[in-house]
Design a binder for this molecule. Structure first.
Ligand code: ZN
Length: 116
């Protein structure tokens, strides 16, 4: 059952589950059950809510897309306990460099995209 996300761990689990469901559905649209499509809808909702709180839209809007041409919506700002904040692509796992705050992480991410 899908629950409201309260921690980064729950968020990661939800993201994994969502990509698994997306795979199932894209591999066999006819074989998809209503339960699976319902679960995907609810997951999208709770993930969206979590992102609204933890990854403010203003920060995300200014982000340059992934250097490997993945959609901007696949980028998240995450935090590493020792190193700080970093931008991360969910598809290819491109990330970093680390910044002291979300804004700084986005700024150096953008700078790096200029170079590559
Ligand atoms: Zn990417």
């Amino acid at each position: 059952m899908v629950k409201i996300l309260k921690t980064d761990e729950q968020y990661d689990t939800a993201i994994d589950r969502r990509s698994k469901l997306n795979d199932i559905i894209s591999e066999s649209p006819e074989g998809t059950t209503k339960k699976e499509t319902d679960e995907l809808e609810i997951l999208a909702l709770v993930i969206g809510e979590y992102e609204k709180v933890h990854f403010p839209a203003g920060v995300k809007l200014r982000m340059k897309p992934c250097p490997f041409r993945h959609d901007k919506k696949e980028l998240i700002v995450d935090i590493h306990r020792q190193q700080g904040y970093f931008v991360f692509c969910r598809i290819c796992k491109a990330s970093g460099p680390y910044g002291k705050g979300e804004l700084e992480a986005v700024e150096i991410w953008n700078d790096r995209q200029k170079i590559t």
